[in-house]
Design a protein around this ligand. Sequence first.
Ligand code: 13P
Length: 293
Amino acid sequence: MAIANTVDLVTTARADGYAVPAVNIVDEMSLRAVLKAAQAAQSPVIIQTSVKTVKATGAQPLFDAFRHAAEAATVPVSLHLDHCPDRAVITEVIGTGWSSVLFDASDRPLEQAWRETAEVVAEAHAAGVGVESEIENIIGVEDGVGSDEALHSYTNRQLVDVATDTGVDLLAPQLGTAHGLYKASPVLAFDRVLELGQLTDLPIVLHGGTGLSQADFDRFIANGIAKINISTTVKLAYMKAAQAHIATAEETGKWEPVKMFDQISAAVAATVTEHFEHFGSAGKAQALAGVGA
Ligand code: 13P
């Protein structure tokens, strides 16, 4: 299938009352495991890469692996760059073929964030690439990007003014969630999604999906969330499967990397499959046939 357009996937999900899972992969194995699970569930999916993953693998090899897997897939799949404050990396992935980017300007003061977001939108849209915008920081450090403290918070009107003026495609506000594992119960801002929805038609993105309950997802989606990011649960599944495999290898004296890869892939697939169900995206691929880049 042709590589899908992230913004089309999210807009369609919003109209149909579900959210597209945006899953952070770390390598080709996790990429393939997520796509296999998406096919089995017939769910659309957004594959996300952190800046760290892009730097570790290289944009071109990562994109080639994605394209190869995505073109063979029977579900719509797009490629998104997650939190990126680094303009050079944004330029690189736009040139390489990513479907969309999250320009994370939450480390900049408002005026600078506003100006640079407009510049990124101009650059991305000229190449047909969508832009997610974050100017308030979502709590937590993800692959080396972000902060555990709220650096910038704005009013709904300020957020919408920046988004509308700059022409971004997707909006990522603070909604009380955090990246990583929750140390205490989060205070979730369900109503903020409704309030933003009264000011703008832009699809709204929920970060920090790991650790939320089905009731939380249902309420966020009912209020208008159409893209939900999950990363930590994928990393945990990956690493714990590796750890379990190595523990068994130590006991049995059988050291079989390929079997470990199978165990990791199965664990990653299992956690994303659960989320396809949680987000209501399972079974929606068919209706999206033809949502190309
Ligand atoms: P978690 O790591 O909490 O799942 O959040 C993922 C995320 O929001 C990526 O941008």
